[in-house]
Design a binder for this molecule. Structure first.
Ligand code: ADP
Ligand code: ZN
Ligand code: ZN
Length: 729
C-alpha cells in the first residue's frame, strides 16, 4: 500500500529534509505541520510530497497536525529559501525558521493577534500639549500621538518612556480611546509633499522606473545628504500608484524613528515595520499584512528580505554596504545579496543605495551587472564638508584629544556651532594596568582585556559580557596603583566636562542609552541646542541628522589600518565618511578633522585627498592582487570547543577530507587558531577556502559537508560554515 510522503523542513542542524506520512487530506507545499521529532513536537514547513521515501515504510511517522489550510509561504518564497539553503549550505529547516516571525515558528495560527491600540479622539486632537505643564509625561505622550496622527500600538508608544501611566490619564480626560482590533499597520499621513528633484535625482528615478516590471540592479551612489532617500520615496510613490508593494531593507541601526516618520509623512498607505525589537504580536501582524498584500510598503531589517509580498514591484536596500546585513551566527546569509537574488527571481528592479558602496557592489557595477547612478551634489544648498588629517605623533593628548583639535573645537563652539566627536570604543579605558608590576585585568574566558567602566565602577569583557567590580588592588602584587590606559567615550566625556564646563555635553553609546527612551531624550537635547558637544560611538554614525553640527572630530582613525581582517580598511573608510556626513547638512559648511598617527598611510591619504571613489579603486586593486573578494570567493569553516586541541584536530581532518575530494582551483588555508583564540571559554580555530571559481567552490562544499556531518571529531566541537564571510574571525 502506498501513501503520500511529505518532505518537511524541520528546524534541526541536519542538512536534509525529513519524510513523514501525509494525512488523508492534501497538504500543499508552504503549509506548516506539527510533527514528532525524536521525543519533541516541532513545527515544520512542507516543501513537497511524493509517493516514495528512502525511509523504510514502517519507520515513517505520520504528521500530527496540519497547521495551515493554505500555504503560509508562497512558492516563490519557498524557492528563495531553498536557493539560500543551497547557496549558504545551511539546513533548510533553520532557513525556513529564520523566515518566519517567532509566533508562526511556534505554531500559532496565521491570523493577526488582537492588539490594543490608542487613538486620539477629536478632543485629543484639539488639545494643546503645552497646556499640560505640570504633567510633562502626558504632554510628551499627547505630542507624540498628535505627531503620529494614527492609532498607536506598543511599538510606536515605547518611544515615550513610561507611557502606560500617562496614557491612563489621557483616557480619563477623554482624549484617547482604546481600540482592540486586529489592526493593520498604521497608515501614514501624507502631510509632506515632495520637493522638485535635482537633475541627477530625476535621472536616477527615470532610470529605475524604466525597469519596472523586470529585473534591473541599480547602485545609487551619492554622498550623505545628496538626496538618495528622496529618490527612494519617489520610486516608492510610483510603484504604489501602480498598485505594487515595495520592500525597503535598512541596517539594524538605520531604522530610526526619524526615517519612519519621514515615510509616514509621505504616504497615506499602511507601512509594515519588521525588526527584531518588535513585540511578537506586532511583528506577526506586520508580517501577515505584508503577506496579504495589505501593506504596500514594508520596511525592515535583515530577515525582512524573506517576507512574502504578493505584489512585489520594487526592492530598496539602504546603506547597502552596512555589515549588519550579513548575519554573523546561525544562518549566515547576506540580506543584501539575497535581496538581489529575490529581485532577479521576481523580475523587479532593486536599488542599492550608499554614500560608500561596498567594494563588491562597485565591482559589480564596473562589470556591468548593476547600473551605477550617481548623485554628485548635496541636495539643496548644503556644502560638502572638508576633511583634514591631524598628525598627532608627538602631540600631548588630553582625553584622547590633541591641542590643535581642542583649538578648532573652541572656535566652532564660540561661533555657535555644534561639535561631534567620534570614538568607536565605549567605556572609560580599554585596559586597567598595575603601575607597579605591569599586570593587566584580563577576561578569564577570553583572550581579551577587560574594559574599565568608571560610571558603574565595573570592569567588563566586551566579547563575552563577563563583568566584575573594579579591583581595589593588583591581583598579582597587591599594589593599589591601578591605572586606566587608553581612551573610551566615558573618559573623553570626562575630559570635555573639565575643558568646557559651561557647554551642554551628551555621550551617545550603548552604555549611556541603555534605558528605553534615553536615546530620544539625548537626541532631543542635541536638536534643541541644549547640548552642543556630542561624543559617541557608531550609534552616532548612521541615520541621525544633526543640521547644526559644523565640526566632526574623529579621534582615532588608526583602529582600521592594521587589522587581521582584509575588510578593515574598507570599513574604516566607510565609517569615517558616514560620521563626516553628519556635519554641515544644512546651510552651514562642515569641517572634519581626523586624528591619526599615520598621516602618510597611502589609502588614508587617497580617501582624504581624492575621496571614496579613488580610495575604493586603489583598495579594489589591492584585493585583485591579493586574490581576495570580489575577485575571489571565500568560505570559512569555523570550529570551537572548550578543549584547546579539539577545533584544530577537527579542522585538520576536514582539510584532509577536502583534499581527498581533489578540490581543483581551491586553496585550503589553515587550519589556524582564530585571531582571538579563546572567547567565552571556548577555543576557536578556522580553515579558509579561497578560489577564483564560485562553481568549483560550491561543487566542493556539496560533497564535503556530508563528510563533515559524519565526522566523529566533528561531534567534539561546534562547527559552522560561512559562505562569503563578512568577518574573518
Ligand atoms: P540621503 O538619503 O542621500 O542622505 P536625503 O534624501 O535624506 O539624502 O536628502 C537630504 C536632505 O535634502 C533632506 O532634508 C531632504 O529632504 C532634502 N532634499 C532631498 N532632495 C531634495 C530636493 N530635490 N530639493 C530640496 N531638498 C531636497
Ligand atoms: Zn601589580
Ligand atoms: Zn570575555
Amino acid at each position: 500500500m502506498s501513501r503520500t510522503v511529505l518532505h518537511i523542513a524541520i528546524p534541526s542542524p541536519l542538512r536534509r529534509r525529513f519524510d513523514y506520512l501525509a494525512p488523508a487530506e492534501a497538504v500543499a507545499p508552504g503549509c506548516r505541520v506539527r510533527i514528532g521529532f525524536g521525543r519533541r513536537a516541532l513545527v515544520g514547513v512542507v516543501l513537497g510530497s511524493s509517493a516514495h521515501s528512502e525511509v523504510p515504510p514502517d519507520k515513517l511517522r505520520p504528521v500530527e497536525t496540519v497547521l495551515d489550510a493554505e500555504p503560509l509561504l508562497p512558492p516563490e518564497i519557498l524557492e528563495l529559501l531553498t536557493w539560500a539553503s543551497t547557496y549558504y549550505h545551511h539546513p533548510i529547516g533553520e532557513v525556513c525558521a529564520a523566515a518566519l516571525p517567532v509566533a508562526l515558528r511556534q505554531g500559532e495560527p496565521a491570523q493577526p493577534r488582537t492588539l490594543r491600540r490608542h487613538a486620539l479622539t477629536a478632543a485629543g486632537r484639539a488639545a494643546r500639549p503645552d497646556e499640560l505643564k505640570r504633567a510633562p509625561r502626558q504632554a510628551a505622550l499627547l505630542a507624540h500621538l498628535q505627531r503620529l496622527d494614527a492609532p498607536a500600538g506598543a511599538a510606536e508608544l515605547d518611544e515615550v518612556e513610561g507611557w502606560q501611566g500617562a496614557m491612563a490619564r489621557l483616557v480619563e480626560k477623554g482624549w484617547v480611546e482604546v481600540q482592540e482590533a486586529p489592526a493593520l499597520p498604521a497608515a501614514g499621513t501624507a502631510s509632506d509633499t515632495s520637493p522638485p528633484l535635482a537633475a541627477a535625482q530625476q535621472a536616477a528615478v527615470d532610470s529605475v522606473s524604466a525597469a519596472f516590471g523586470r529585473f534591473g540592479g541599480f547602485l545609487l551612489d551619492g554622498v550623505t545628504g545628496s538626496g538618495k532617500t528622496e529618490v527612494y520615496l519617489r520610486l516608492i510613490a510610483q510603484n504604489l500608484a501602480a498598485g505594487r508593494q515595495t520592500l525597503v531593507l535598512v541596517p539594524e541601526i538605520g531604522l530610526t524613528p526619524q526615517l519612519l516618520e519621514r515615510f509616514r509623512r509621505r504616504f497615506p498607505a499602511p507601512i509594515a515595520v519588521l525588526h527584531s525589537g518588535l513585540a511578537d504580536g506586532e511583528r506577526l501582524n506586520a508580517w501577515l499584512a505584508a503577506r496579504a498584500g495589505l501593506a504596500p510598503i514594508v520596511i525592515g531589517t535583515r530577515s525582512a528580505v524573506f517576507t512574502p509580498l504578493p505584489q512585489l514591484g520594487l526592492i530598496v536596500v539602504d546603506e547597502e554596504h552596512d555589515p549588519s546585513f550579513k548575519q554573523q551566527d546561525g544562518f549566515r546569509y547576506s540580506a543584501r545579496d539575497v535581496a538581489v537574488v529575490r529581485a532577479q527571481k521576481a523580475g523587479v528592479p532593486i536599488v542599492l543605495g550608499s554614500a560608500t558602496p561596498a567594494l563588491e557592489s562597485l565591482a559589480n557595477a564596473a562589470a556591468g551587472r548593476y547600473t551605477r547612478l550617481e548623485l554628485p551634489e548635496r541636495a539643496g544648498s548644503a556644502i560638502h564638508p572638508h576633511l583634514h588629517l591631524l598628525d598627532i605623533r608627538h602631540q600631548r593628548l588630553d582625553g584622547g584629544i590633541s591641542e590643535p583639535l581642542y583649538g578648532v573645537m573652541g572656535r566652532h563652539l564660540e561661533r555657535g556651532g555644534q561639535v561631534l566627536l567620534f570614538l568607536n570604543r565605549r567605556g572609560y579605558a580599554p585596559v586597567l594596568l598595575c603601575h607597579d608590576c605591569g599586570w593587566v585585568a584580563t577576561c578569564r574566558r577570553c583572550d581579551a582585556h577587560l574594559t574599565y567602566h568608571a560610571g558603574q565602577r565595573r570592569i567588563r569583557c566586551h566579547h563575552c559580557g563577563t563583568e566584575r567590580p573594579v579591583p581595589q588592588q593588583c591581583a598579582s602584587c597587591g599594589s593599589h596603583d591601578l591605572r586606566p590606559i587608553g581612551h573610551g567615550t566615558e573618559r573623553v566625556e570626562e575630559a570635555l566636562r573639565a575643558r568646557f564646563p559651561d557647554i551642554g555635553i551628551e555621550r551617545i553609546d550603548r552604555d549611556a542609552t541603555r534605558r528605553k527612551g534615553s536615546l530620544e531624550e539625548k537626541l532631543a537635547r542635541v536638536h534643541s541646542g541644549a547640548a552642543r558637544l556630542l561624543i559617541g560611538t557608531q550609534m552616532l554614525a548612521k541615520g541621525h541628522h544633526f543640521p547644526d553640527v559644523t565640526l566632526v572630530g574623529i579621534l582615532d582613525a588608526d583602529q582600521g589600518l592594521f587589522s587581521a581582517d582584509f575588510r578593515a580598511g574598507e570599513r574604516m573608510a566607510q565609517l569615517i565618511l558616514q560620521v563626516a556626513g553628519r556635519a554641515g547638512r544644512a546651510e552651514r559648511p562642515g569641517e572634519v578633522l581626523i586624528q591619526t598617527h599615520h598621516p602618510d598611510h597611502p589609502l588614508l591619504r587617497l580617501l582624504i585627498d581624492q575621496g571614496y571613489g579613488a580610495f575604493a579603486a586603489a583598495a579594489l586593486e589591492e584585493r585583485r592582487q591579493a586574490e581576495l573578494p570580489p575577485y575571489a570567493f571565500l568560505a570559512l569553516l569555523r570550529a570551537e570547543a572548550p578543549a584547546a586541541a579539539a577545533p584544530l584536530a577537527f579542522l585538520e581532518q576536514a582539510r584532509q577530507l577536502a583534499e581527498g575530494l581533489r578540490p581543483e582551483g581551491i586553496m585550503l588555508l589553515g587550519p589556524v587558531p582564530a585571531p582571538m583564540e579563546r572567547r567565552a571559554g571556548r577555543y576557536r580555530a578556522q580553515l579558509l577556502l579561497q578560489t577564483a571559481s564560485r562553481p568549483a567552490l560550491h561543487r566542493l562544499l556539496d560533497r564535503w559537508l556530508p563528510l563533515l556531518e559524519e565526522s566523529k571529531t566533528g561531534r567534539k566541537v561546534r562547527w559552522s560554515l560561512d559562505v562569503d564571510p563578512g568577518e574573518m574571525f
